[in-house]
Write a protein that binds this ligand. Sequence first.
Ligand SMILES: [Zn+2]
Length: 449
Amino acid sequence: MVTEGSSGECDLGVLDGKVVQMGGPLRGKSEIDASGALVLPGGVDMHVHLSQVSPPVTGTPAWVDDFDSGSRAAIAGGVTTIGNMTFPWEGQSPRQALARDLAAAEGQAAVDYVLHPVLTNPSPEALDELPGLASDGHTSLKLFMMMPEFESRIDEMISAIKIAGQNGMLTLLHCEDGALVRFTGEELVAQGRGGLADWGPSRPEFAERAAVERAIAICAATRSPIYIVHLSSRTALDAARRARADGLPVFVETRPLYLYLTGRVLEEPQGGKYVGSPPLRGPGDVEAIWAGLADGSVHTLGSDHAPWLLEDKTDLSLDVITARQGVADLETILPMLFSEGVRTGRISLQRFVSLTSTSAARLFGLYPRKGTVSVGSDADLVVLDPQLHRQIDGRSMQSRAGYSVYDGREVFGWPRFTVSRGDVVLEDGEVTAPPGRGRWLRRGHTAQL
Ligand SMILES: [Zn+2]
């Protein structure tokens, strides 16, 4: 058994979905043999896309997973709590968007979930909604710095971040400078270099760094905690580190893509399948992010699961402005980090638990119900077998994407069992959870690390 702060060998008693006993004599109605395996808190992945940005239109490609298939991918990979980005559709307020996704998730989700309201239109009405959302248990807010509205309505955006902090919410920020990204992309297209192979140069590191620096300045001004999603580059990480050293509540998430791939793969014939923003970076950035995972300056790993069909990703009519961003990563987030991080000695097992579960549970107001194994916590467990190895093949995985960016890689450390609130939801590689068993989680205030 391994938690963020301890490890040891003991039996574990579960009753009514909760951990009720650790160690000592135990007898159960049903028993799981975890010998030779690691019992860890189930993964807490606070960055997934299982609902759409706008209403689906027949014939227009979109993300292919919903709360049903996304939950299955989560369970297969040992993730037991997910956080979905909930975008308001045309005319919807953040609260109306939450109601829409809550209704969808209620019938579909098989793991427990939270929803992050996305703020696209910082109208007075939307800002007025924020305290009520927080008191209802939605204690996070997502903003996209590269949206034109972020720049054109910056006063209201800063107010939103201030209000969020005053109400115990964590503000998630996609950090790329919109004007710089648009300028660079349009210049490449004008030069005839707008294809997906130039995705990397179209979203340069300086656009991320500029946005991260500004986000930090907004944090300094408001004193509201901020959470930089999918940080990708060395310079941006250095900026976040300096902010932490200055005592600012700045938290950093990275995503798996940046650990295992560099921008070189975009030059492959089907390089479009790796498109996400920020883009894949160079080997020095990969090393820097790994160092950040090990030394604690990167706090969490989020999959940013945002899957498309391969033909929709690699469509040759796409360019750096119309590219379809995101990849499937829910099923692979834990096993890949174990295989490439723990097994290789780059990070400790305790850092693994912190990065994949505990820190996210704390930051998102779910700890200690989620993110640890202790008496009174939900019995959300992954029984990870370090010897269980599998060659990645997206065709046989749970996401409807039908491919993985890691296809062909040999990965050690898959769940032998996944347990959610005491229910065995993965056994012998089979997902056994019915859609709709997952529950929405009312969250407390963000807790700082
Ligand atoms: Zn995302």
